[in-house]
Ligand binder design. Sequence first.
Ligand SMILES: [Zn+2]
Length: 175
Amino acid sequence: MDVSTPLTGGMPRWPDDPEVRIEAQEHAACRVTTLSMSAHTGTHVDAPRHYFPSGAGVDEIPLEATIGRARVVAARLLPTCDPQCGERLLLKTGGDDLTADAARFLVERGVRTIGVDSLSVGGDDVHRTLLSAGVVIIEGLDLSAIEFGEYDLICLPLKIAGADGAPARAILRAR
Ligand SMILES: [Zn+2]
């Protein structure tokens, strides 16, 4: 199941980000599309460098952080879903930001990766808490058609050298 958000011109973005532009140019023999957008548009991965200048770039995030077993849970039920060390958790947020307490709880549990179905996992404090602890963040997933449960996640951020984030294609495979 594809859980990526389609990239389209004029799609929702952060107010500070440039408008998403996807423009096809007709050449003599073919068509070539040019993209212009923030790396934090649609489904994307946040790297530590997003908040920490000397933190790892998105190209340095280990592949296993975003590939492997994952669990889809409701963010509001986080305390009861018993997050495990090394787990990849994908949260149906209902549009709510993660709280600072929830972020600290996830770090204490040693969660490997947090994915959310909103454009942002939360505020600056939530990003800092997760990224400083090495938790990889996936934002902008489309989990609307996905049931709670266990899946195999394959999420591949573009290999943009040294970047603070990158758009990604993300899929879930039923286990
Ligand atoms: Zn981001």
